[in-house]
Design a protein around this ligand. Structure first.
Ligand code: AMP
Ligand code: MG
Length: 450
């Protein structure tokens, strides 16, 4: 990702309110802003404890302690080139017109032991990565010697002529050039990259202490749902939310555990929730509107404290949030109740669930990078909510443009599948016209497009 682009900046730079003040409408629903919802969800998410893992399983996890190198890297001075290890005093001033002649007293390969000293007037033939033998201080690459012409006539090269020199120490990689013993090489809080894993290995670490990944239980609710792979009956639909959310959880660094479908009754939901208690977070989908069968908040509030909110956003207005009690554990289970409509469910996870999971992993809970893009279509906002419009962002004439992926119904899952961004129309703007600039949260970044 091109982080240097000036049009990009990270979201959530605005200071968040310290308190939330839900306003109530006539039905008693708590209306809250997107920022309030974000802050509430985040306030429930706590950084998880650390664990020691093999380095090959730690990619993307957060380092839980500073890493000091026990050794120098490289551990010993070695040669950066194939060539001849020489004493500078013997070769200084060598040129095409004034060759220096040396005896070749041995051969040293990478991994070889530097047992033999280079004496005055001598050299050792040496391969990249081999240790610098005692006595030598400079490497002369093959191409700066007459080795090629000698190879034609001599079976074993016993003498070599130096045709060119740079400086004392040339082509020598000193011990500790990259890392010195005792140096801090990776700081606590680093999210381990491929190169970081390499650094760990290079200093000899086979395991590393990192913040544990959150384990996330996922329950879909609904009498109409069946699992993909089975036959669809009358009035049934496939459960797509569990699977989309599980995938999104994995991308956010969590370990999803799909617990299946709970029916729209308390007994069925309770039975599923019993299985969720050992995890770090519970995500439910659906049943958080205000219909007769929206039983999630009612049921779960009896197992702790779970409230229902209306977030000033479109899609993904309804949200349940709370903490469930669990026997024997001081910390309750964080429950985020996502809306049922597939688009809403993913957008709510993106805005609130993902940041919470990042925080639990000791990462910055900031949302995606954003770009400022010229709109190809109008985005309308008729009821003062924040609109997250599904768009495809692309670059044209050096500028980002955003095109709606189609109809914006919250049931139209392909509108998210085709999108790489969510264009934001603020609450107080009734329409963003085509040609105007919108801030777009990049939910994925296709390098080929940019
Ligand atoms: P609800 O929040 O229960 O009123 O559900 C809102 C809409 O989302 C309804 O049309 C549901 O059929 C649909 N829905 C609920 N759960 C899922 C799911 N797991 N997968 C796909 N669609 C769902
Ligand atoms: Mg339902």
């Amino acid at each position: 990702m091109k982080k240097t682009n000036t049009h990009e900046h990270s979201q959530n730079q605005l200071p968040l309110p310290h308190m939330y003040h839900p306003s109530h409408d006539l039905s008693g629903i708590h209306w809250i802003t997107v920022e309030q919802a974000f802050e509430m969800v985040l306030s429930h998410a706590k950084v998880l404890e650390s664990e020691v893992k093999p380095i090959d399983s730690a990619l993307g996890q957060t380092l839980a302690e500073d890493l000091l190198s026990p050794i120098n890297i490289p551990p010993m001075a070695n040669t950066a080139m194939d060539g001849y290890a020489v004493r500078w005093a013997d070769v200084a001033g060598a040129s095409a017109k004034s060759h220096k002649h040396l005896k070749v007293s041995g051969l040293l390969v990478a991994g070889g032991r530097p047992d033999k000293r280079v004496l005055p007037g001598e050299s050792i033939r040496i391969m990249t990565g081999a240790p610098i033998p005692p006595g030598a201080d400079t490497i002369i690459p093959f191409e700066d010697t007459d080795e090629e012409s000698r190879k034609v006539n001599e079976k074993q090269i016993k003498e070599i002529s130096i045709l060119k020199v740079f400086a004392k120490g040339a082509c020598v990689r000193p011990a500790g050039e990259d890392i010195t013993a005792g140096q801090k090489v990776l700081s606590k809080g680093t999210v381990l990259s491929a190169a970081d894993i390499g650094v760990l290995a290079s200093v000899g670490k086979s395991s590393v202490r990192v913040v544990r990944r959150p384990s996330v239980a996922i329950i879909s609710t609904g009498d109409e749902l069946v699992e993909p792979g089975t036959k669809l009956g009358v009035s049934q639909i496939y459960n797509s939310n569990s699977h989309a959310i599980a995938a999104a959880v994995r991308l956010a660094g969590g370990e999803p555990v799909i617990l299946g479908i709970a029916r729209d009754n308390a007994a069925s939901l309770n039975q599923k929730v019993d299985q969720a208690l050992k995890h770090d977070m519970l995500l439910t989908s659906a049943g958080v509107s205000h219909g007769d069968y929206d039983i999630v908040q009612d049921t779960l509030n009896k197992r702790g404290k779970v409230d229902l909110y209306s977030v000033r956003m479109r899609p993904a207005k309804p949200m349940a949030l709370g903490v469930l009690k669990r026997a024997g554990k001081a910390i309750g289970l964080l429950h985020l109740g996502l809306p049922g409509n597939p688009v809403s469910s993913l957008v709510a996870f993106e805005q609130f669930g993902r940041p919470a999971l990042l925080k639990m992993q000791g990462k910055q809970p900031s949302a995606r990078p954003t770009v400022e893009a010229i709109l190809d279509n109008d985005i309308t906002n008729h009821d003062k909510r924040r609109v997250f419009a599904r768009v495809t962002v692309y670059k044209k004439n050096g500028q980002y443009r955003a095109k709606l992926t189609g109809s914006q119904g919250s049931n139209l899952l392909t509108s998210v599948a085709r999108a790489n961004g969510l264009a934001v129309c603020p609450e107080d703007v009734s329409v963003l016209k085509a040609g105007q600039i919108a801030t777009v949260q990049m939910i994925s970044w296709n390098e080929e497009v940019f």
